[in-house]
Design a protein around this ligand. Sequence first.
Ligand SMILES: [Zn+2]
Length: 333
Amino acid sequence: MDLGRYEKHVLLEEIGEEGQRKLMKSSAAIIGCGALGGMIASLLARAGIGKLIVVDRDFVEMKNLHRQILFDEEDAVNMTPKAVAAMEKLRKINSSIEVEAMVADVNPSNVEEIVESVDIILDGTDNLETRFLINDACIKHNKPWVYGAVVETEGITMGIVPHETACLRCFLPFAPGGNTCDTSGVLSMAATTIASLQATEAIRILVGEGARGEAIHLDVWSGSVVPIKVERNPECMACGKGEYEFLDSSRYSSARILCDGKTVQIIPGSPIPSLQKLAERLGRVGKVERGRHVLKFRTEREEMIIFEDGRALITNAGSVERAKALYAKYVGI
Ligand SMILES: [Zn+2]
């Protein structure tokens, strides 16, 4: 393997030739490819991580571009799924690595398979429910993962090595009551800074240096950086008792309200017709727009985004029940 493009890593005492070779043989999954995930993916691709899997359920919108540095206006105009847009960019950044895109909602049915297939998992999600799910899967399968979250000008990150460091539920013991995505805005630099710390933690773990062993809280506006010591909790549901309640699929419904409070996500139990067929059918009753791998359908009040796997995001339906009814009416399952 040619280490030429990584010469500045090879020069670093912290990585060196041996460390770089380890990175090139490593694999990572980035779950959620928005402000955090896009930056993490770019950094890890440039660092030469051998295989990256990018997982995201959403598509690129113009309002994402202020903070999601991997995407551009063309991606937003084409409504390209974030995982696909990320994969295309990452392949251009580093053609010597393997990049895989998964346009999917991470839930109990697929999280364990994702976690088992890589060496480390990076959190680019925007809600606690998915983070607890990742935590459970990683503790169960003994895989390290790096938690990261940002809001406004602040952020927090922690590397988690199962049964060595504290886990997310040692840190935040209570299960969230629902999605906790914030609507108070975010400064993109808070995200890129936390993402940099997450990527650094991943590299530390992959080269064998180990996790930092503490959480880091920072505020990019004031410039404060505060390390937080987190002790393992012997009573922790996940890493203490081995009870992985978030992996229980009955906790996850196939229809649920997302963090903006007005969008309902529907995941169908069986395959749907092709988007081409759906577009023809729905074009008779409303306005249809085709993006890459997605279809947008608008009636007078509601808007429905439908992905190839049948997953739909329905806005302004008013309730989960009505969203389900609309899905049944228009998509036909
Ligand atoms: Zn724990």
